[in-house]
Design a protein. Structure first.
Length: 79
């Protein structure tokens, strides 16, 4: 089972959301958690650089900001 994110955690999108003009790597803050028993948990995220957007996502569509930073550091060292 995958661990849930805490409310107000800083997270990063792991995919593009073109309908909201948001790209992979955009950061936001979790403002709501929707626990599910038979599928992935859901979250509402706000705080993107675009005002008035609340994005609803599945657990697999986000990652912790700290993990994103570590991965970016590794990628920079490789290139």
């Amino acid at each position: 089972m995958t661990e849930s994110f805490s409310l107000f955690s800083k997270v990063v999108l792991t995919q593009d959301f073109p309908e909201q003009n948001l790209q992979r790597g955009a950061t936001g803050i979790i403002v709501e958690h929707y626990p599910m028993t038979d599928q992935e948990d859901g979250y509402s995220i706000e705080g993107f650089d675009i005002p008035e957007i609340t994005l609803e996502v599945r657990r697999s569509q986000i990652m912790p900001f700290s993990q994103w930073q570590k991965e970016q550091t590794i990628l920079q060292k490789i290139h």
